[in-house]
Design a binder for this molecule. Structure first.
Ligand SMILES: [Zn+2]
Length: 306
């Protein structure tokens, strides 16, 4: 008689289930996914159908992390590269819109955390594009992979490095073909944070677009925005960034995380025929500034108690 026959079936089933669960947990921890993978990464990296935002502006990122393509006859611009594992998706999205990654001439970013800047090195390699960034972000992109003074220093993984990046001035306008893209330094979330503005036209109607960097006071354990020695200007930096959002001409707001500006609800509205187009919302920048400044206020309040 086999030993096995003495063990009640439910126990065997339970043991087997536990064994399988352990296997699944082990596999998910060592799946060979890039080191930047995080708890939220699989959700952020879900695919999304690329679409035209307005005129020559297209959304080419995955579902949870924005990547924007601006096109011209003499080359394109890409804003943000999402995660390392997002790159194949971004490239395929660009192609499915009828454009080529090889025609991307310039890659810029909002901030150099792994979830927005993680894909830039590979996208740069595939396109041969120039990379331009704020001085703080250029240092991270080319040298350190993670920045000193970053509120999340110690809790985030470094990003893949690019061979070279040119440094931008606050307010500088970059040109590729007839694309004119202006950098606005919006520090706070990181010391090098950058938002972007440009115009896109359909027919004769030109709109002001804003790509806002993250405005959230997220930090590693122990970091205090109110009196950080590593980032002493954090609070005034945030105030500068909110002031930018309050004053920027802003017909269409895009954000580094689509959820921060309700992009998917707006798009659903547009696609179901809501008019005027819900993506065109001139108050969206001011509303984002209001939410962000309230978040910072609550964060500073909570730091008083610690
Ligand atoms: Zn970030």
């Amino acid at each position: 008689m086999h030993m096995r026959n003495h063990i009640p079936k439910p126990i065997i089933a339970l043991t087997l289930a536990t064994f399988l669960l352990v296997l699944v947990v082990l596999a998910s921890g060592q799946s060979g996914a890039p080191a930047s993978s995080c708890a939220d990464c699989p959700v952020w990296n879900k695919t999304h159908q690329p679409f035209r935002v307005y005129g020559n502006t297209y959304y080419v990122g995955p579902h949870g992390l924005t990547s924007i393509l601006l096109t011209s006859r003499s080359g394109h611009v890409l804003i943000d590269g999402a995660l390392p594992e997002s790159v194949p998706q971004i490239v395929a999205n660009i192609r499915s819109l009828g454009f080529r990654i090889e025609d991307v001439k310039l890659i810029v970013n909002s901030h150099v955390h792994f979830d927005h800047g993680g894909g830039i090195a590979e996208l740069q390699r595939l396109s041969g594009a120039k990379v331009a960034a704020s001085p703080w972000s250029a240092e991270v992109l080319t040298k350190s992979g993670v920045g000193k003074g970053d509120p999340q220093f110690g809790s985030i993984v470094p990003i893949a490095l690019v061979p070279r990046a040119s440094t931008l001035r606050d307010g500088q306008t970059l040109r590729v073909g007839d694309i004119k893209l202006t950098a606005h330094f919006t520090p706070g979330h990181t010391p090098g944070g950058t938002s972007w503005t440009w115009e896109s036209c359909e027919g004769g109607r030109c709109l002001s677009l804003v790509y806002s960097d993250s405005m959230t006071p997220v930090a590693a354990d122990g970091f205090r925005f109110s009196d950080s020695r590593e980032y002493p200007t954090a609070v005034q930096d945030f105030e500068k960034s909110f002031a930018f959002l309050r004053s920027a001409p802003c017909d269409i707001l895009l954000t580094s995380h689509p959820d921060a500006s309700g992009l998917w609800q707006r798009l659903e509205g547009r696609q179901s025929g809501v008019r005027p187009d819900p993506l065109v919302s001139p108050n969206a920048c001011k509303e984002l500034a209001g939410r962000a400044s309230e978040q910072l206020r609550r964060r500073l309040e909570s730091e008083k108690a610690r």
